[in-house]
Design a binder for this molecule. Structure first.
Ligand code: SF4
Length: 336
C-alpha cells in the first residue's frame, strides 16, 4: 500500500493542502487506501458496495489519497510540534484490508508515539490481540444504529452485507475485554426516538463502552435517505441526546432518572440549577469520542452545527437553549 487517504482538514494541518479552517482538527483522520468498494453495504455510506457515491466521501468530509510515507512523516512532525494529538484510522472491508491496516499502523508506530484510534468492524480475538500489540490506544466498533431494527435496515442482513446487531455487540464486548475500554459511534437521526438513543447510551456505558455521536448526513449516491423532517426536530433530537449522554457519562444522571412521553424526553432527572450550569458550560455539546477528537465539520455546516469542535460561544449557547426545546420551566431563567 503506497497511499493513504487523509481528510482535507488533516492535510491542511500537515501542510499538504492549502485550506482555510475556522477550527483545525486536533486528530489526523486517515483511511486505508483502496479504489475498491467496501464488501459491506451500509446504506448511508459512500463506500458501500451498492453505492454510486464518490469514494472520497466519509460523511461530509473528503478523504484524498496521498503518498503514505509523506503523510506519516508529516504526522510525526505535527505530533511532536503539538499540532495533532491523535491519529484515527478508518478501515473498509475488502480482500487485503487487514494487511493494509497493519501496514499503516506499523508505519506510524515506527515514526512516532502519537496515540492511535482504530475504527473497525468486529474482528477475531486473535486480531484484537495483534492490534493491541501494535500499541493501538483506542478501538472503536461503530454500531451506527440505536436499535436492532434500524441496524438491520441500514447495515444488517437486509442490506446484503455481512453484519448483524448481535455480532456487532459481541465484537464490542470482546474488544472491551481485551482493551478494557472500547468506543462506538452512533448516528443520530436514522429514525430512532430520544428514548431509543438514550437507553442504548446508558446500557453501553454500563459495559464500559463510550459512545461518540454523529448526526446522519445524506450523501448523494448512497442508498438511503431518511424521510424529510423539520430541521427544528432534527436538531432538538440531537441536542437532547447530546445532553442526556453528557449527564450519563459525567455520572450526573442515569437513564432511569429521566422521563419520556411517547419516547420523547421531557425530564432529564436533574435539578434545574445543575442543568443550567451544564448547558452554560457548553462542554456537553462538543464533539464526543476518543480523547482529542474534535472532528470539525464532519457532519456540520456553519448554519447547522451538531457537534462543536470547541466549546460553543455565548451566542451559540443561546441558540442551543432554543434548539433544546425543553419545557420552558426547565429553562425558565433563560427562555421567557
Ligand atoms: S471518536 Fe474520533 S478519533 Fe475516535 S474513532 Fe471516532 S472519529 Fe476516530
Amino acid at each position: 500500500m503506497k497511499k493513504v487517504r487523509a481528510s482535507m482538514g488533516t492535510l491542511g494541518v500537515l501542510g499538504l493542502e492549502m485550506i482555510k479552517m475556522d477550527t483545525p482538527p486536533t486528530t489526523a483522520y486517515l483511511q486505508i487506501y483502496t479504489e475498491k468498494r467496501c464488501n459491506a453495504n451500509c446504506q448511508f455510506c459512500a463506500q458501500a458496495k451498492g453505492s454510486s457515491a464518490d469514494l472520497k466521501h466519509i460523511a461530509r468530509g473528503m478523504y484524498i489519497p496521498y503518498d503514505i510515507a509523506l503523510v506519516v512523516s508529516r504526522l510525526s512532525m505535527a505530533y511532536e510540534r503539538g499540532y495533532l494529538a491523535r491519529a484515527c484510522i478508518q478501515t473498509a472491508l475488502y480482500n487485503t484490508w487487514w494487511w493494509d491496516t497493519v501496514h499503516l499502523i506499523k508505519m506510524i508506530r515506527e515514526n512516532c508515539s502519537i496515540p492511535i484510534s482504530l475504527s473497525v468492524f468486529p474482528v477475531s480475538n486473535e486480531r484484537l490481540e495483534v492490534i493491541k500489540s501494535l500499541k493501538v490506544n483506542e478501538i472503536v466498533i461503530p454500531l451506527d444504529a440505536c436499535t436492532p431494527e434500524l441496524f438491520n435496515m441500514v447495515k444488517g442482513k437486509s442490506t446484503g452485507g455481512p453484519y448483524s446487531w448481535e455480532t456487532h455487540l459481541d465484537g464490542i464486548k470482546r474488544a472491551s475485554g481485551i482493551f478494557q475500554k472500547v468506543g462506538t459511534h452512533l448516528m443520530i437521526g436514522l429514525g430512532e426516538t430520544d428514548e431509543d438513543a438514550i437507553r442504548l447510551i446508558q446500557e453501553l456505558w454500563k459495559d464500559n463502552v463510550n459512545t461518540a455521536l454523529f448526526s446522519y448526513t445524506y450523501i448523494p449516491g448512497t442508498q438511503f435517505e431518511v424521510a424529510k423532517r423539520q430541521q427544528s426536530e432534527i436538531i432538538r433530537h440531537f441536542r437532547v441526546v447530546q445532553l442526556a449522554r453528557h449527564l450519563i457519562i459525567e455520572k450526573l444522571a442515569q437513564y432511569r432518572d429521566m422521563r419520556f412521553e411517547n419516547n420523547i424526553l421531557i425530564d432529564l432527572g436533574v435539578e434545574e440549577d445543575l442543568l443550567l450550569s451544564v448547558i452554560e458550560d457548553g462542554g456537553a455539546f462538543q464533539t464526543t469520542g476518543c480523547p482529542d477528537c474534535n472532528r470539525p465539520m464532519a457532519n456540520e455546516t456553519f448554519s447547522l452545527m451538531f457537534n462543536f469542535p470547541k466549546k460553543p460561544e455565548d451566542g451559540e449557547k443561546e441558540k442551543i437553549k432554543r434548539e433544546l426545546g425543553l419545557k420552558s420551566s426547565i429553562l425558565k431563567k433563560d427562555i421567557p
